[in-house]
Design a protein around this ligand. Structure first.
Ligand code: GLC
Length: 576
């Protein structure tokens, strides 16, 4: 069978696994893919669909109980302007890392489906397929998480593997007699998990995250085959994409820091080729929390991930807001810092997600500024100064002006936005949820502060009160997403900085972040006032004068006077 993707798989596989004994695994992989492609009951996905996406990230149980509860809310999400759901882990798991500790990759947790532990797996899969059809009929695509770096310690592979060196599954994981291998590997869960090795009898196993999440051993080609089979399985169920969790860490090599290794990129090329072969344009989204020049490598040459989180930008938005200065955002987006990406690739943009506001990859100076400004309560700290766990509304002082400004920036810079469930209702930290998790597990995982269930009755009441924070943030999100969805410029357009003059002039800081987004004739000027004072824009592009404000279509009145933390999105007139 000659097909570009199959040729890629063959050549990359042979580079990774030159041992002659690996050939059987390769042939098995290819046979699996051929069968999956023939059996697939779906058409290819449209090219680049993820560029027009507005993503909503949620835990099914915390959002509204079950998949049935989620179905009830889909029309509301579509009305908000969302067209893609990112389901945080839904697969069978002991739930010690919110489901990123997977025990069975094909089995959905029964409580999410209102089913019992004895419900057959196929019945759960069928119910999930029906959910996908339901979502697709409403114009919503669905992606979810596959933790591919590690499993739960309760996964049957690990249960076997830990039985001893002769077990056929031993090499699915990484075992050593001591802790001397991979010495240069940094600790990720600093303060919560003190080592990358866990003792098990006379041996140690390797793990990048918690000690109950043993890392898979991709040096064993069978592991790659297993994970490819899992991807293929979910393609067959109708899933639209995968968030590739923790991919920088999937390959380990002594004498390195075990991150971003060339072999990790090769594995990802194989995953991508699997998707390209079985169902092209199924999204592969990189979760690579790395410096800019490393993150962009996960796009490969159009042969790795389609999209990646813009981890370098997110903390710089917070820094820009903290200092009322455009420089941090302008600097990080400069092509010498974050290299340009190919047209088919896309950044995924976010302010907050289910994890902490990570400061892992910023300079010590920036870490001090951002942590100092936003970690308003020592209890929000995560991994000893390298992150802050809090809901967006808490970070931004429950101030609708600041929250609006943050969204104005995130939703209008290049990329596909992600909205974290509850943030559209200005959800606050959930101390009770965090405390109950801490008591149950003994782990001080402050990320749980920013999780917790939505209280729909409370939300309904607050939405009736036009003076509430919930109401203000929610109306603003509706307006911004309406504006965003009315123009292709945001998801697909180019960006140029706009030089505007303003008064009062800043001192050292630049209090205005202004840029054009252009897609064909569609040109939008975005002007953000980063300061807590009113600001008058004294000179602005002449096309803005006859332009219209988005989304309400009102005429632009000049000079532009921006209220504290105010912003304007102006659709430029093409008749000048
Ligand atoms: C990813 C997830 C995070 C999880 C970790 C380990 O970074 O976003 O929540 O703890 O992987 O699976």
């Amino acid at each position: 069978m000659s097909h570009k993707a199959i040729n890629t798989i063959r050549s990359v596989f042979n580079e990774l696994y030159p041992a002659p004994g690996s050939q059987d695994v390769l042939e098995e992989l290819i046979a699996t893919l051929e069968k999956a492609r023939t059996d697939l009951p779906f058409e290819d996905q449209p090219e680049g669909w993820y560029k027009d996406a507005v993503v909503y990230s949620l835990y099914v149980d915390l959002f509204n109980g079950t998949f049935e509860g989620l179905k009830d809310k889909l029309d509301g999400l579509a009305e908000l302007g969302v067209n893609c759901l990112w389901l945080l882990p839904i697969l069978d798991s002991p739930m010690r890392d919110a489901g990123f500790d997977i025990r069975d990759y094909r089995n959905i947790r029964p409580d999410l489906l209102g089913m019992s532990d004895t419900t057959p797996v196929e019945e759960k899969q069928k119910a999930f397929r029906e959910f996908l059809v339901h979502a697709h009929e409403r114009g919503l695509r669905v992606i979810f998480d596959i933790a591919m770096n590690h499993t739960s310690e309760s996964h049957p592979w690990f249960v076997e593997s830990r039985k001893g060196p002769d077990n056929p599954f031993r090499d699915y994981y990484i075992w050593n007699k001591d802790t001397n291998r991979y010495k240069e590997t940094r600790l990720i869960f600093k303060g919560m998990c003190p080592s990358n090795w866990e003792k098990d009898g006379e041996w140690y196993f390797f793990h990048r995250f918690f000690e109950f999440q043993p890392d898979l051993n991709y040096a064993n080609p069978k592991v790659l085959l297993e994970i490819c089979r899992i991807l293929v399985f979910w393609l067959g169920q109708g899933l639209d994409g995968f968030r590739a969790d923790a991919i920088p860490y999937i390959w380990k090599e002594d004498g390195t820091n075990c991150e971003n290794l060339p072999q990790a990129h090769k594995i990802i090329k194989i995953f991508r080729a699997v998707l390209d072969y079985v169902r092209p344009n199924t999204l592969l989204l990189a979760e690579a929390c790395q410096p800019p020049h490393e993150v962009v490598k996960y796009f490969g040459n159009g042969d790795e991930c389609h999209a990646g989180y813009h981890f370098p930008l997110m903390p710089m938005i917070f820094k820009t807001l903290a200092l009322s200065d455009a420089t941090p955002v302008q600097h990080i987006l400069h092509p010498s810092v974050t290299p340009g990406i190919a047209p088919e690739n896309q950044w995924f943009m976010f302010l907050r997600l289910h994890d902490e506001l990570t400061l892992e990859m910023v300079s010590p100076e920036d870490r001090a500024i951002i942590h100092g400004h936003y970690c308003k309560n020592p209890g929000w700290d995560f991994r000893v100064g390298e992150g802050i766990s809090a809901r967006l509304s808490e970070l931004l002082d429950r101030d609708p002006g600041k929250i609006g400004l943050a969204y104005s920036i995130m939703l209008s810079l290049p990329g596909t936005p992600i909205i974290y469930y509850g943030d559209e209702y200005a959800k606050l930290n959930d101390e009770a949820y965090y405390e109950s998790f801490r008591k149950e597990t003994g782990k001080d995982d402050t990320r749980y502060l920013a999780r917790g269930p939505l209280d729909w009755e409370k939300i309904a009441l607050e939405l009736k009160d036009t003076s509430s924070l919930t109401y203000k943030v929610n109306s603003l999100m509706h307006a911004l997403l309406k504006a965003r969805n009315s123009s292709g410029a945001f998801g697909r357009g180019s960006m140029q900085w706009a030089g505007v003059q303003y008064s009062p002039a800043g001192e050292a800081a630049i209090p205005v972040l202004a840029y054009f987004r252009s897609y064909g004739d569609d040109v939008v000027l975005v002007v953000n006032n980063l300061s807590g004072n009113p600001l008058e824009v004294t000179s602005v592009d002449s096309r803005a004068v006859n332009g219209i404000n988005m989304p309400d279509g009102s005429a632009v009145s000049t000079p532009l006077v921006l209220e504290p933390y105010g912003f304007r999105w102006i659709k430029l007139s093409t008749n000048n």
